[in-house]
Design a protein around this ligand. Sequence first.
Ligand SMILES: Cc1cc2nc3c(=O)[nH]c(=O)nc-3n(C[C@H](O)[C@H](O)[C@H](O)COP(=O)(O)OP(=O)(O)OC[C@H]3O[C@@H](n4cnc5c(N)ncnc54)[C@H](O)[C@@H]3O)c2cc1C
Length: 410
Amino acid sequence: MANGGTDRTIIIGGFGAAGASLALALVRGGVEPGAITVFDANPDSDQAPDKPDARILALNAGSRRYLEALGAWEKLADQAYPMRSIAISDTGLEEGIRPRLLDMEPEAEGGPLAHLVALGRLNHVLRGLCRDAGIEVLKGRYSGRTASSTAIEVRIDAETRRARLLVGADGARSAIRTMAGIPMHGWPYGQTAIVATIRHSLPHHGEGAQHFLPSGPFALLPLDEYRSSIVWSERAEKAAEMLAASPAERKRAISARAAGWRGDILEVEAVSSHPLQLALARRFVGERIALVADAAHVVHPLAGQGLNLGFEDCAMLAELVVERLRAGLDPGMPDLLETYQARRRPAAAAMGYAMEGMNRLFSNDSGPLRVMRDAGVGLVNRMPGLKQRLMKAASGQTGLSPRLFRGEAL
Ligand SMILES: Cc1cc2nc3c(=O)[nH]c(=O)nc-3n(C[C@H](O)[C@H](O)[C@H](O)COP(=O)(O)OP(=O)(O)OC[C@H]3O[C@@H](n4cnc5c(N)ncnc54)[C@H](O)[C@@H]3O)c2cc1C
């Protein structure tokens, strides 16, 4: 497909997992690589060997199918660890055992609940495939745009490029969103996620755990047999204290939260921290602009849905743009942008508020609340139909999912 008379058909701001995957999805859909430019303030950050990103992401079945269609999964599969089930508990910090309140075991549905993949590796693979495909990648910072009825002029440092559509994939602090005057709705959680990799004395057999503790959820996500990734959401002040603590003290605190899960914790490595917030863009689109992934929404990581939602945005936008270009039409027109927003914003809002609700419901020490929530969750556990529907929604496999998420070609 040709680029329709402007310098480029599409310019993507942000070369993270979302931006890089979108560029590839467009090419896989038949858009000429020469019709796409991606720019990023730091497009080579995945090459820095001294700065590994310790964040491990749970990617659902829809994301896996999306990455398969892009040719990325085959490069990730040898270090993508399946999580076959997850046990959920709701106890106080001091309680020595964490009884299972709910089990999520979707294996009967035809695959693991999720695969765990290192974000640094994911970025590296997706960026490499974009370069191999001949997509132009510029190093530069977004500095503004001027849109008209026929094109958008995008300023990248001192350079100006023209396109039909600008995609904001520039992360939670998106300058593309801010300069388009699109406000965010949301608030900080007052929690910080401490992420680390632990080595334990017993094998996990592909099982994860989510302990809802009064100060925030504590997740253990299985990597190779004796290693797991933890995402420990903690009140911000306590998290700062833990980050400043000695490694031995931190290991003790992690052991207390894990309460003997898979034996003793032998080692804690690759510790990083992330302040948590809920943020939802009031609009996912502007004049010749579409926002995807963290530029459009940031949700609590307690169900590991952030990038899964982001990939679904990209798959949906790619589907709409490819359809439009095949018909020889302009992909930056308001009707396409409205359709994109109508299909993606409600899904992101529903997930964001569901995570907000769960975090509020569980992150406290109220006795009566615990009785109520445990009765509710216990009911879900005994209703297989409802449980399967919840798991289907979390795995990105509903009838509303984009084609690439359903394993269909563009
Ligand atoms: C603790 C934690 C655990 C998580 N766990 C999961 C999980 O299990 N599963 C899941 O699906 N999601 C998870 N997430 C969410 C996931 O990490 C994010 O949704 C995802 O990494 C966002 O990718 P992105 O490409 O949108 O943004 P980013 O990775 O932030 O990429 C944005 C890019 O834009 C560039 N950029 C920014 N500003 C500019 C500018 N002005 N000009 C040019 N370039 C710019 C940056 O350099 C960067 O390369 C988790 C998040 C956290 C914090």
